[in-house]
Design a protein around this ligand. Structure first.
Ligand code: KIV
Ligand code: NA
Length: 271
């Protein structure tokens, strides 16, 4: 039996075979992800993807804990990383520790992820020093959509040094890995060379130490937005639409349920 991966195992994969990561929010999806991936991320993207929120700003600790528990139940090999929601860690290292400890203790996840670079380095050091593995997330940090002014590529031209400094700061603070989101290809490769921890790209570069996508995006289940970096590996939304349309037509035609789906009033006599 394979033991569940830990943050230290992921960190040790720097420069090795690419780390395969996807989001998961539920037990059945976590089982599918667990069979093929190194890391299952309970992303706060679940606010938009599952709950219809306009951004990740409204995601709560309670939502993350409920989905985190479901994902942990569906995994036995992949490391489960759970996003700290907006407002649960920015105030102080102490606030971050209290909420990170709650996420880990109540769900059984193996690590937390939080957004921010230089600004969050002190908090990352505080958590890691007290037993909480932290995955960092720099470049486009969606919880900061209101100050960034949209979901734009980060680190072009003169802005490149800011994103580089953020990645270096979280690595030096003790993060075990760092997500690079919407960071240009060349800069992502330079960051990957410059930091000692694995970089996990989303809209970044094939040169990163690993890749992550939102599962529902790559399956074609969530189609409200279609970022350039989302490759559709499946068209499950279309398949679901076709199945539901077929069901509706058969119900209206009274062709469902058929004889094999209903219960006879009298059991057949034994032969
Ligand atoms: O919330 C999320 O799904 C994420 C990944 C896209 C990295 O943070
Ligand atoms: Na997230």
């Amino acid at each position: 039996p394979v033991r569940q991966l830990m943050a230290a195992d992921i960190q040790a994969r720097k420069g090795g075979a690419p780390l395969v990561c996807l989001t998961a929010y539920t037990t059945p999806m976590a089982r599918l992800v667990d069979a093929h991936c190194d890391l299952a991320l309970v992303g706060d993207s679940l606010g938009m993807v599952l709950h219809g929120l306009p951004s990740t700003i409204g995601v709560t600790m309670e939502m993350m804990i409920l989905h985190g528990k479901a994902v942990v139940r569906g995994t036995s090999k992949a490391l489960v990383v759970i996003d700290m929601p907006f407002g649960s860690y920015e105030e102080s290292p102490a606030q971050a520790f209290r909420n990170a400890a709650r996420l880990m203790a109540e769900t059984g996840a193996g690590a937390v992820k939080l957004e921010g670079g230089v600004q969050m380095a002190e908090t990352i050091r505080f958590l890691v020093g007290r037993g909480i593995p932290v995955m960092a997330h720099v470049g486009l940090t969606p919880q900061a959509v209101n100050t960034l002014g949209g979901y734009k590529v980060q680190g072009r031209d003169a802005d490149a040094e800011r994103v580089m400094a953020d990645a270096k700061a979280v690595a030096e603070a003790g993060a075990f890995s760092v997500v690079l989101e919407k960071v240009p290809d060349g800069l992502s490769r330079r960051i990957t060379e410059a930091v000692a921890i694995p970089t996990v790209g989303i809209g970044a570069s094939a040169g990163c130490d690993g890749q992550v996508l939102v599962l529902d995006d790559m399956l074609g289940l969530f189609t409200d937005f279609r970022p350039k970096f989302v490759k559709r590996f499946g068209e499950l939304g279309q398949a679901a639409d076709e199945a539901i349309a077929a069901y509706a037509a058969e119900v209206r035609a009274r062709s469902f349920p058929a004889a094999e789906h209903v219960f006879p009033d009298v059991l057949k006599a034994k032969a």
